[in-house]
Structures are given as structure tokens and as C-alpha cells.
Design a protein around this ligand. Structure first.
Ligand code: LLP
Length: 425
């Protein structure tokens, strides 16, 4: 459920007409709904109750400061994968004690910064990282709280570019190496072993791979305890899928996911950490765009938007299907057209939706590309010397521009001619 609904003939975000935002801020613009963020957080939290739990929002899904601050107020923590994300989470008011740090390539500087902040947990992905972290912590005279990210070797049915749970991927420590590395970690002065971590991929739309992975993790915890290695936190990662297009994918309800977590790891008496990104943010955002023109050829009809693959990469990168709604509510008996909804970028992959069935659209009309609150703005680029779209947060009848447009003019100002090309020289 979300809070993007038609009212008085037009699509609203909560109580704000999208036309008002487009007029004030221009397009393309990302629009996020506070009520939807809050609801998604609450539903997941209720699904995991009464476990001792920590919801660490995956900042990579949406790093906007106001989005993070909204979640911080609900008591959420953060899963970060860079020094930049750590700084963002802290700037948004997320306490260091609720931050976990994931990723295969944390640099020495990033590890040091996270130690200085006093974050809750380092999710360590290799022997090399463990040694690096132990050395830096020891130099600082502290012990780094560590979980090892274990690769459980499960293969969820999701797009190959976002599956991480199989042994051929770069992620995690192979299951069969975990016990030995835990023993080594337990003997390191700069390390305090506290937990175990797993993340098998993203946009997973069935429970079976989670069940397989969580059962393997529970077995490992038992084996570690038999060896005298105490495990107090179990981080289950993110990955629960969301419905993108109506009738296409039917991911499990958070309640069913929560029941599975309780069943498979509840008895371990650990604090359970989850790292949802998409589940919280995807359906809390739309990308609002304007039709530049409609191009008709003998073969196809194209609705060309002022948003492109640089603004929202998911369709081009993962063949993702995002629903597109006209902002003006179509009359029930309005005729339908079939068109490819495309962006202006000079690549044939710059297609948002093929064979979209829409009411007739004309230049100047507004459309909303749904489910764009996760991995939308956070993955955007300025390809084709385009602007980085602005971002708006709605809260009831209130709304605010929470990141202004970053223009090509501003980006151009970062560049300089090499001295030998300067014709003034
Ligand atoms: N934890 C870790 C260690 C992760 O790598 C990720 C996502 C998450 C949590 C959050 O996963 P989520 O709950 O959002 O599925 N750009 C792609 C998704 C990449 C996900 C990368 N890791 C997309 O747009 O589909």
C-alpha cells in the first residue's frame, strides 16, 4: 500500500497534488511520501516483534538526508557501504550505535572513520578485511565489533545482477571457511566477535531461499557456540522483494517473512538485524516527469519524457518494469493508446516501458513512474550532460524540496582545461 492516489481528478502524493510540485520544482523530480515510509517501517517492525530487533535501512537504496531523518525518528538504524553513506546516516541523526557497515571493499580510511564513530557492527567479508580491521583497531587501542558475512551458497530467483548468495559471487565468506576464520578472529586483539551476517540478494519474491539461508546460518551459530565462540547478533541482510507492476510479482508479505525469521532464528536468543532498502523505500517514491512530445512512426508510437535512463536506471539495467500513471486521472471511458514510454537519452536502452497502455498523452502532460523511491535517485547520473533531478518529500499536506536540482551548468563548473589546451596561454 502507498499514498499515491487519485483525488479530484489528479494524482496526489498524500494530500499534495503532483501538478503543484511539478509547477513549483520543474521536472523530472522524485517525490517521496512520508506516510508510506512510516507505514513500511511499522509493518516490518511488527512482523519481527517480539524479537530483539534492529532495522538498519540500506542507505544505498535512498540516501536522501530527509528520507534518512524520517526513518531515524522511527528508531531505524542504517546499513552503510561507504564512508559517504556513514556520514550521511550520521548527518541525518541515526546514532552510530545503530549503524552496521557492509561491503567487500571497505578502505582503511573508511574502517578508521567507522571505528572513530563507534558503529554497532562491521560486517566483514574476507580474511584480508578482518586483518586490516584488526590492525587499524589495535593501533587505535579499540576492539572492532565484528560479524562475518557468510556466503550460504543459495541461489534466489532474481535478476542475476542483484543475486549475491551464490558462491561464485564476490560476496561473503564461503560457508566451509567460516569456522576457521571465526577462530582466527576470536584470537585477534583488535577484534570482538559479536555476530554473523548474511545477505543473499535483492528483489527476492519467494521465501524458500531465505529459509535455506537462515537455516544454514542457524546451524553455523550452533556450531560456533559448540566451539565456545559466542554469537549475539544475527544480521539477515535485506532483499525482500516488492510488487513493482500490479499483477506481475507477488512477493511474500512482511508478516510471512517475519514468521520465518522467528521460526528459524528466534530460538538463538540473538539480536536480529535486518537491512531492508527496497521494502521501505521503493513504493514510497515516484519519478514525476513531463511528456516532451509524442513521436509517431509507421511502426511504433513513442511517448518521449523529460526523464531518462540517467534519472532512473532500473529499466535499462535490470529490465525492471515500473508502472507509469498519467497524473491527470483518465475518465473511465477514456480511449487507450499503446506506446513505448522512452527518455531522451541517446541509447536504445533508454526505454521505461514497452507497449504501455495509457490514455492519450500530449506534450506537456505529466506522468508518474512508480516504485522509484529505492535505487532511483541514488543511482542517477548526469549522462548526456543532463541535470541530476531534484527530490521532494511530502508529509500530509506539507511538502519540501529536500534536494534541489544539480544542473549541468554547476557540474561543468567543476571542470578545467588542461594547461596545454588553454588558448590564453
Ligand atoms: N544489505 C546488503 C549487504 C546489500 O548489499 C543490499 C543491497 C541490501 C542490504 C538492501 O537490499 P534490498 O532490501 O534493497 O533488496 N540497484 C539494484 C539493487 C541492488 C541491491 C544491492 N544491495 C536494483 O535497483 O534493483
Amino acid at each position: 500500500m502507498d499514498h499515491f492516489v487519485y483525488r479530484d481528478g489528479g494524482l496526489h502524493a498524500e494530500d499534495v497534488p503532483l501538478t503543484a510540485i511539478a509547477e513549483a520544482c520543474g521536472t523530472p523530480v522524485y517525490v517521496y511520501s512520508t506516510a508510506t515510509l512510516v507505514r513500511h517501517h511499522r509493518v516490518l517492525d511488527a512482523a519481527l516483534a517480539p524479537l530483539d530487533r534492529l532495522i538498519c535501512f540500506a542507505v544505498k537504496a535512498n540516501g536522501n538526508l530527509s528520507v534518512l531523518a524520517t526513518l531515524a525518528r522511527l528508531g531505524a538504524g542504517a546499513d552503510v557501504v561507504s564512508g559517504g553513506e556513514l556520514a550521511r546516516a550520521r548527518a541525518a541523526g541515526i546514532p552510530a550505535g545503530r549503524i552496521v557497515f557492509s561491503g567487500v571493499g571497505k578502505t582503511p580510511a573508511e574502517l578508521a572513520a567507522a571505528l572513530d564513530e563507534g558503529i554497532y557492527q562491521f560486517n566483514v567479508e574476507s580474511a584480508a578485511e578482518l586483518e586490516m580491521l584488526a590492525r587499524i583497531a589495535q593501533e587505535k587501542g579499540v576492539r572492532a565489533p565484528v560479524a562475518l558475512r557468510v556466503n550460504p551458497d543459495v541461489r534466489p530467483a532474481t535478476h542475476r545482477k542483484i543475486a549475491t548468495g551464490a558462491r561464485e559471487t564476490k560476496f561473503g565468506i564461503p560457508r566451509e571457511d567460516a569456522l576457521a576464520l571465526y577462530r582466527a578472529a576470536a584470537a585477534m586483539r583488535g577484534i570482538r566477535v559479536q555476530g554473523i551476517d548474511v545477505h543473499i540478494g535483492s528483489q527476492i519474491t519467494e521465501l524458500a531461499p531465505f529459509a535455506e539461508a537462515f537455516a544454514r546460518i542457524a546451524d553455523l551459530v550452533a556450531a560456533l557456540r559448540r566451539q565456545g565462540i559466542e554469537i549475539r547478533t544475527v544480521d539477515l541482510g535485506g532483499g525482500l522483494g516488492v510488487p513493482y507492476a500490479r499483477g506481475r510479482d507477488a512477493p511474500p508479505e512482511p508478516a510471512a517473512y517475519g514468521a520465518l525469521v522467528r521460526e528459524l532464528v528466534g530460538a538463538l536468543d540473538c539480536r536480529v538485524i535486518v537491512e531492508p532498502g527496497r521494502l521501505i523505500a521503493a513504493n514510497a517514491g515516484v519519478l514525476l516527469a513531463r511528456v516532451v512530445l509524442v513521436k509517431e512512426t509507421a511502426h511504433r508510437r513513442f511517448v518521449v519524457l523529460d526523464a531518462g535512463m540517467n534519472d532512473l536506471m532500473r529499466p535499462a539495467l535490470y529490465d525492471a518494469v515500473h508502472e507509469i500513471l498519467p497524473v491527470a486521472e483518465p475518465a473511465p471511458d477514456a480511449p487507450a493508446i499503446t506506446a513505448d514510454v522512452v527518455g531522451p537519452v541517446c541509447e536504445s536502452g533508454d526505454v521505461f516501458l514497452r507497449d504501455a497502455v495509457l490514455p492519450p498523452l500530449a506534450a506537456g502532460d505529466l506522468v508518474a513512474i512508480r516504485s522509484a523511491g529505492a535505487y532511483g535517485a541514488s543511482m542517477a547520473s548526469a549522462y548526456n550532460a543532463r541535470d541530476l533531478a531534484s527530490e521532494v518529500l511530502v508529509n500530509g499536506a506539507d511538502w519540501a524540496l529536500v534536494r534541489r536540482r544539480i544542473t549541468w551548468r554547476e557540474l561543468l563548473a567543476f571542470e578545467e582545461r588542461a594547461p596545454w589546451l588553454d588558448n590564453r596561454a
